[in-house]
Design a binder for this molecule. Structure first.
Ligand code: ATP
Ligand code: MG
Length: 452
């Protein structure tokens, strides 16, 4: 009898396949969770209701459900459905189908875009590369199949518009309560399929303050090198999410802790590994703290600033070598920038508009000490002055340059023009400000080469 019941149970278990966890109830009714429709964007609700009235299933999924359950404000709202992209497209005038391999629909409401994806099937038959990386997975599937192919259990929770319940096939609710990031399935296999999931682990840990499950941690330590296979453009997108979402410091610490950083910024890692006085680590974390703070205050930020900071130490060291070889500072920095940038974009692509900005900020660092005559005034009206000045302040705070230089520029921006002229003249009389070209070239031993 008993055997019979367990057999029946197994047969009737939802989806009934080998993945399902025993005794795990996948449905949390509307009374059993804290998601309220008032916290869901109106656009997302419109999409869900329209799908429902057209006879389709409609669920909120991914980061939005996770964040709502945690009482945080979701960044965006993703919807999943059994309707095909073509069917979704027909339901919404303001929509378009995007993606070639796996089609999804973008429904636009003013500035907000709701992404609607059709349930995706398991990728058992997907083509994979030699390392196991998934090259194509574009089959539609059921809700449960859709859940099992997601990355972390906490990202595989669904909010059902039909009865306002939360559907949890993978144990995401328990992990959410524990503050734990567990991968769905076998970590090594999931990371081989898509190494970017390692970066996502670090990102979510930083953002949510969650712990990474021990088996996931171990797999990251073993497989970090797989990041080398990820296209540079995708790493750029992922890097933005890590560093430009308000928790850059924690992400940076996490990336270094799990030894992923070295696969993203190898030249910087070399400098960090050999650092003596705490620089450039202090400098980088200050730049990141600065970005986090600006985001928290809703001030504009650019990845160019962070990237310029991340690559500053390798650049500076290379430029110093060029200077030691007799090159003028300006040329030395340009040549070093060529090398550092071309090496870096092999790992993480940097769109031109940002690399142009980075180079300007770097070159400005060589010009900011030279303030005599009309120079200071010219620099002040330069497009990149503000960013370069902020950069200089960070260098000063980290003890790389003399604090007086930063203070001088701070004051220069505060006073009126006649006072500014006084400040410039004062430099001339005390002999600082780099009036004569070679006067204050840094006199490290390397600058005086024995072989001349
Ligand atoms: P965020 O708050 O940063 O938007 P998110 O969890 O919504 O976090 P997205 O990158 O927007 O992350 O992805 C949405 C959902 O798609 C995820 O929650 C996850 O379920 C699924 N997903 C995204 N990337 C992957 C991946 N590489 N592998 C498996 N599932 C993924
Ligand atoms: Mg999201």
């Amino acid at each position: 009898m008993h055997g019979m019941i367990s057999l029946l149970k197994r047969l009737f278990r939802r989806g009934g396949d080998s993945h399902s966890t025993d005794d795990h109830n996948p449905i949390y009714t509307r009374q059993e969770h804290n998601i309220s429709r008032a916290d869901i964007s109106e656009s997302a609700l419109k999409v869900l209701y329209r799908l429902k009235s057209a006879g389709f299933e409609g669920y909120l999924v991914g980061g939005s459900v996770r964040d709502l359950l945690l009482g945080r404000e979701p960044k965006d709202f993703d919807v999943t459905t059994d309707a095909t992209p073509e069917q979704v497209r027909k339901l919404f005038r303001n929509s378009r189908i995007i993606g070639r391999r796996f089609k999804i629909v973008h429904v636009r409401f003013g500035r907000e875009i709701i992404e609607v994806a059709t349930f995706r099937g398991s990728n058992d038959d997907a083509r994979t590369s030699e390392e196991g990386m998934v090259l194509s997975d574009n089959v539609y599937g059921t809700l449960e199949e859709d859940a099992w192919r997601r990355d972390f259990t906490v990202n595989a929770l669904y909010y059902n518009i039909r009865d306002f319940s939360v559907v949890d096939y993978t144990g995401g609710m328990a992990d959410l309560n524990k503050g734990m990031l567990s991968l769905i399935g076998e970590p090594e296999q999931r990371f081989r399929e898509d190494p970017v999931r390692m970066l996502r682990a670090v990102r979510f840990a930083a953002k949510l303050g969650f712990r990474i499950a021990p088996d996931v941690e171990q797999a990251i330590y073993r497989l970090g090198y797989l990041l080398q296979e990820v296209p540079a453009a995708r790493l750029f997108d992922e890097m933005l999410k890590l560093f430009m979402s308000g928790h850059a410091v924690a992400s940076f610490e996490g990336l270094r802790h799990y030894r992923l950083f070295e696969h993203m910024f190898p030249a910087t890692e070399v400098c960090l590994a050999h650092e003596e006085a705490g620089f450039p680590r202090t400098f980088i974390t200050r730049a990141m703290a600065n970005t986090d703070k600006r985001l928290a205050e809703d001030k504009p930020v650019t990845p160019a600033f962070l990237l310029a900071a991340l690559l500053w130490e390798p650049l500076r060291q290379l430029a110093e070598e060029n200077i030691a070889d007799g090159e003028p500072a300006y040329q030395a920095f340009h040549a070093a920038a060529d090398v550092v940038l071309s090496q870096q974009v092999k790992h993480i692509s940097i769109p031109r508009r940002f690399s142009v900005m980075m180079r300007e900020m770097w070159i400005m660092q060589t010009r900011l000490p030279r303030r005599q005559g009309k120079r200071a005034f010219a620099l002040l009206s330069h497009d990149r002055f503000r960013a370069a000045y902020d950069f200089l302040l960070l260098r000063a705070e980290s003890g790389e340059v003399n604090a007086e230089l930063g203070e001088w520029w701070t004051r220069f921006q505060q006073v009126d023009e006649s006072e500014q002229r006084v400040m410039v003249r004062a430099l001339e009389s005390d002999g600082s400000g780099h009036s004569k070209k070679r006067r204050r070239r840094r006199s490290s031993p390397r600058n005086r080469r024995a072989d001349g």
